[in-house]
Design a protein around this ligand. Structure first.
Ligand code: ADP
Length: 460
């Protein structure tokens, strides 16, 4: 990948991350706001409990009346502190079930679609008379002494505030026939908490639309980003392939054109009648180079054909003879090559287009030599279909390149073999021809050890 593309990918990823962080922050803000709104409405509801509910009022009155009587006894040392507090706990515990029933009735009338609980915790009781200020109870964290309500863990976010009940009390009591009078002020502080079961899921449920659309937009942007980068890389690859192709074809055309120009120059110079042999061999050179140029042009023209555009003219051939003919032709121009062939010892008749099929086999044989092969083996197998195997001991193909070998214009980088000419079209075209025959072509190779091509053709 080029530096520019890498920079673009990195910049886009950074942009995407920044965008997702901003999105996450916005969602978090919305969540917080919704939670605040939920707490506000629920605390308002809970705050109203007892204001209008006479039944709950009467429970509170019952508790405070009993407690004040106990407090009278405490103020004249007739009830120890511990007992006073125990009795307060007992009164609350005994009246709590009634409180819960009344509370639930009120909640039902509010038609809430979630569970809203409530409890009252004692924070402090301070008694002040003419002689002293007596802190009967004080709990800084307001967590130890539950008065009425449900059992649940206090959440500081769901604290409803403190309520203070202050009263001046004057009483008289007969003790051992003697009338005793008393007067004191009492300050009774409680902290109220509420509890919303599954508050998080309630809020998330309310935000469902927003969350789903955010996720969709996010996925859409990622998809778009992926698609654009992929497109960019493909475009870059195509541009590279085109440049390679132009370089290769220029290189390929140069040699025959140079030879042709040299040959014509020489023909011009020579006394034609005097040197008949020379003229003949020069004409042969011109012919050879002309064929080469023709082949090149054909290759370029044919590469635009897909396998379904190739028009086959099939005829029945004996594959043993057909392959041997091509091998023999090949050996005439490749005299240094050692070639073993293993044919079937009976006739294998198959319908193929002779012209196209010989192009495929010649391509593979020529490649074998081009890419370093000196010992070749051609084998014919006949099973359900037929198999033509061509193996060489050349430079081989790396694992990375092998998947691309049949792609248009693909040429592996062959550092070991210099100046090997080609357009990267031979195998692409061969594959199209085999596909047009309803067959398959595959390759196995190990770098440095050689390559084996396997062509499978059906016997229709
Ligand atoms: P080219 O014109 O480059 O030979 P081909 O389509 O025939 O184009 O082959 C594509 C690439 O496959 C070649 O450039 C070469 O790297 C690799 N290749 C093909 N045949 C062989 C082989 N027998 N041994 C090693 N590499 C091969």
């Amino acid at each position: 990948m080029s530096r520019k593309i890498i920079l673009l990918v990195v910049a886009s990823i950074v942009g995407l991350i920044a965008l997702s962080l901003i999105q996450a922050r916005l969602i978090q803000n919305t969540y917080d706001l919704r939670k605040e709104a939920l707490i506000d409405t629920t605390s308002e509801m809970v705050g109203k409990i007892g204001n209008y509910g006479t039944s709950i009022d009467s429970i509170s009155d019952a508790i405070s009346n009993t407690f004040l009587k106990d407090l009278d006894a405490y103020s004249i040392q007739m009830l120890p502190k511990e007992k006073l507090l125990n009795r307060l706990r007992e009164i609350n515990d005994s009246l709590n079930p009634r409180f819960i029933v009344e509370y639930e009735k009120e909640m039902k009338s509010k038609n809430l679609n979630f569970d809203l609980k409530y409890h009252k915790i004692l924070e402090s009781i301070i008694l002040v008379d003419s002689l002293k200020t007596d802190t009967i109870f004080y709990d800084k964290n307001s967590s130890k002494f539950k008065l009425v309500g449900y059992e649940f863990q206090n959440d500081p976010e769901l604290r409803l505030g403190t309520s203070t009940w202050e009263t001046n009390r004057t009483f008289q009591r007969k003790i051992k026939g003697e009338l005793k009078k008393g007067n004191y002020d009492v300050v009774f502080k409680t902290v109220n908490y509420m509890n919303i079961d599954e508050a998080n899921s309630i809020i998330l449920n309310e935000m469902r639309g927003l969350l789903i659309s955010s996720c969709c937009i996010f996925l859409f942007v990622i998809g778009l980003f992926y698609y654009s980068i992929k497109n960019l890389i493909t475009q870059k690859k195509i541009a590279d392939v085109k440049t390679d192709f132009i370089n290769n074809i220029t290189h390929e055309l140069k040699t025959p054109l140079a030879t042709l120009s040299l040959a014509t120059k020489m023909l011009k110079k020579q006394d034609i009648n005097a040197q008949n042999n020379f003229v003949e061999s020069t004409i042969e050179t011109i012919e050879r180079q002309n064929i080469r140029l023709q082949k090149l042009v054909d290759q370029v023209l044919n590469n635009s054909l897909g396998y379904n555009e190739i028009e086959l003219q099939k005829e029945t051939v004996n594959l043993n003879d057909f392959v041997l003919e091509i091998v023999d032709d090949f050996l005439i121009s490749n005299k240094d090559i050692t070639l073993t062939n293993v044919m079937c010892d009976y006739d294998v008749l198959i319908e193929v287009d002779k012209f196209y099929m010989s192009t495929v086999l010649s391509n593979i044989l020529e490649n074998a030599v081009k890419y370093g092969g000196t010992e070749l083996e051609v084998q014919l197998n006949h099973n359900k279909g037929v198999e033509v195997i061509i193996a060489d001991n050349g430079i081989g193909i790396s694992k990375k390149d092998i998947q691309q070998i049949f792609n248009k214009f693909f040429r592996a980088e062959n550092k070991d073999i210099h100046n090997v000419k080609g357009l990267g079209l031979g195998l692409y075209y061969s594959n199209q021809i085999i596909k047009a025959h309803n067959g398959t072509i595959s390759v196995k190779s190990e770098k440095g050890k050689g390559t084996t091509f396997n062509i499978k053709l059906p016997l229709d």
